[in-house]
Design a protein around this ligand. Structure first.
Ligand code: FE2
Length: 307
């Protein structure tokens, strides 16, 4: 029988039986714990393959958010209909804390991860409570939080013409926008209120409309719901310069010193989820940011997103 080990962060549920059965039977209780805590780790449920994982997600019973419809920058590969590789970026690349797809107007509400193969070294998934981060940031730098709330943020990203798996945000514009021509790309971007410029090498520089940097959940908790830390620390590749990736919604720059305050606080709040093969994690994408530590060896973590 499954046991509820604790209500620390994350909640750890150590199992014995079938995870799909547990998901179905405990759905209501799981959701109550998830909304309070933000993260649940299921360990020891005998989840071995991508299709075992797919079955557990299916039993949870909520609609999938598919990679094809998303505007994610990450290069991913579908394994089953619901399940895909978390990010094809190389092992030495850090993926910094973010809310999944908060740099776009379309994002999932919850995320499942499954560790099929644990890294030999490293490869933890850092997780950080975004409501606590915002509370601390407001205490330390109220003017910055007020500016984020008043102005929102915009993100600029240069997308290659074909997938670049060497980058953490190497998804091509064709795949990101789910189109096969420049005309169709412009139609899609226009419908989403983006601004764009074509580059000489057929890559596409796109700037989002003004997006929230801070959101209020239905229960009144406020969250630092954005992609600022990941973009500022990590959107570095052949096409992208992190210092140009973010701005306030009115186009004014966000000072590096200000970002440093948020980064220092988030680092102190971060818990490193050290994967064991077979682990499944459920995250509330509004309450919790996640990332990926660099690793050595063959690590395989699969993901599935809930609408
Ligand atoms: Fe992510």
């Amino acid at each position: 029988m499954a046991q509820n080990s604790n209500d620390g962060f994350p909640v750890v549920i150590e199992g014995g039986g079938s995870l799909p059965d547990y998901m179905t039977a405990q759905k209501t209780v799981l959701d109550e714990r998830l909304v309070k805590n933000g993260a649940i780790l299921f360990r020891g449920f005998g989840v071995v393959t991508a299709s075992d994982f797919d079955a557990a997600v299916a039993s949870y019973g909520e609609a999938s958010f598919t990679y094809a419809e998303s505007l994610s920058n990450a290069v991913r590969v579908n394994v089953t209909e619901r399940v895909f590789t978390a990010n094809e970026a190389p092992p030495q690349t850090s993926i910094f804390l973010h809310h999944e797809m908060a740099q776009t107007p379309i994002y999932p509400s919850k995320l499942f991860f499954f560790c099929e193969i644990a890294a030999e070294e490293g490869g933890a998934t850092p997780i950080c409570r975004s409501d606590i981060l915002l509370e601390q940031l407001r205490a330390q730098h109220p003017a910055l939080v007020a500016e984020f709330a008043a102005k929102g943020v915009r993100y600029t990203n240069v997308m290659p013409p074909t997938d670049d798996a060497g980058s953490g945000q190497g998804r091509s514009w064709r795949s990101t926008l789910n189109v096969d021509s420049r005309d169709a790309a412009e139609t899609r971007l226009g419908s989403l209120d983006y601004e764009w410029q074509w580059q000489a090498d057929d890559s596409l520089r796109a700037t989002t409309p003004v997006l929230d940097a801070i959101r209020t959940l239905d229960d009144g908790r406020e969250i630092f719901f954005n992609q600022l830390i990941a973009a500022f620390r990590g959107w570095q590749d052949a096409r992208n310069n992190p210092s140009k990736a973010i701005s306030f919604g009115d186009g004014t720059p966000i000072a590096a010193d200000d970002m440093a305050v948020a980064i220092t606080l988030s680092d102190a709040l971060t818990y490193d989820l050290q994967w064991q093969a077979g682990d499944v994690v459920l995250l509330d994408n509004f309450l919790v940011m996640h990332g990926r530590r660099p690793f050595v060896g063959k690590r395989r973590v699969l993901a599935s997103l809930i609408s």
